[in-house]
Write a protein that binds this ligand. Structure first.
Ligand code: B1M
Length: 211
């Protein structure tokens, strides 16, 4: 692995936001391709973060700190990626459903998706079904990702799916759901296209739905 890429990769695994930002700036100034920095540095490090989480070596705090370090590099890369016409893996609109203010897990899912090369439009929390509909119409995402942490708000996932159907937008997007009370069985029952227990799993599901 190239020394600079290795520094970025390790910086993300260590959650060193400052080092990642500084090294990405230096790499761009030295003429390194933004696509290489993204794929071999940022995306590959976040893939490793996901693996370490799955085998129980990283926990949520380490994953969050790594994702923030990745984002500090991604922010600097974005203008050059756009200039070089680098295509995102796909576009995701993500939000926590109506009535629900929990956003830590949703943010983590969004950051992991971004780390995997998706363009992520984060609508925030307490997103009403009609707001999901509006943003799907405006941004034409490939995927709608919904999070719910309360048993009282999870039914709003089904309400949102029905609102997308009524607006004749359901066939244009894949819908993935997750959050502590959500199960695969529930996802199937309400007609979602994908489900995951955690953030790294959400990346795999999103990739499988796009590919
Ligand atoms: Co709340 N809360 N909370 N809370 N809160 C829970 C969820 C609860 C389980 C605590 C408990 O009683 N043991 C309980 C829900 C019970 C239930 O419905 N079964 C609860 C309750 C009752 C409430 C209030 C009603 C309390 C009250 O006011 N009486 C209230 C509701 C407010 C509202 O939303 N309207 C409330 C408020 C809050 C705070 C504001 C104080 C705060 C939220 C702060 C914030 O998010 N900015 C809070 C917190 C922090 C929690 C706990 C302690 C932690 C949640 C969290 O962030 N976990 C939580 C207890 C718990 O879960 N142990 C609890 C860390 C996070 C990384 O995990 O969000 O599960 P999580 O996300 C995971 C996966 O679920 C998954 O990936 C993530 C990463 O691996 N995932 C997805 C999530 N979204 C996904 C989407 C995907 C795929 C995977 O695809 C799209």
């Amino acid at each position: 692995m190239d020394k600079t890429i290795e520094k970025i990769y390790k910086g993300i695994l260590d959650g060193n936001q400052h080092l990642v930002a500084q090294t990405v700036t230096e790499a761009l100034a030295s003429g390194m391709s933004p696509e290489m920095i993204l794929k071999e540095g940022l995306v590959s490090a976040m893939g490793e973060v996901g693996r370490l989480f799955e085998i129980g070596e990283y926990y949520v705090p380490e994953m969050l700190i790594a994702a923030r370090a990745m984002q500090s590099g991604l922010k600097l890369l974005k203008p050059s990626l756009a200039d070089n016409g680098v295509q995102a893996e796909g576009r995701v609109v993500i939000g926590t459903v109506a009535g629900d203010l929990h956003d830590i897990g949703k943010n983590l899912v969004g950051m992991m998706l971004e780390g995997a090369g998706f363009e992520v439009i984060d609508l925030g929390t307490d997103i009403k079904p009609e707001a999901f509909v509006k943003y799907v119409r405006e941004h034409k995402p490939d995927i709608v990702a919904m999070s719910a942490l309360l048993t009282t708000t999870m039914p709003n996932m089904e309400v949102t799916l029905k609102a997308l159907e009524r607006a004749e937008l359901r066939k244009q997007v894949k819908v993935i759901i997750g959050g502590a009370p959500i199960t695969e069985e529930y996802a199937k029952r309400i007609g979602a296209d994908g489900f995951s227990y955690d953030a790294s799993g959400a990346v795999k599901v999103a990739r499988s739905l796009i590919g």
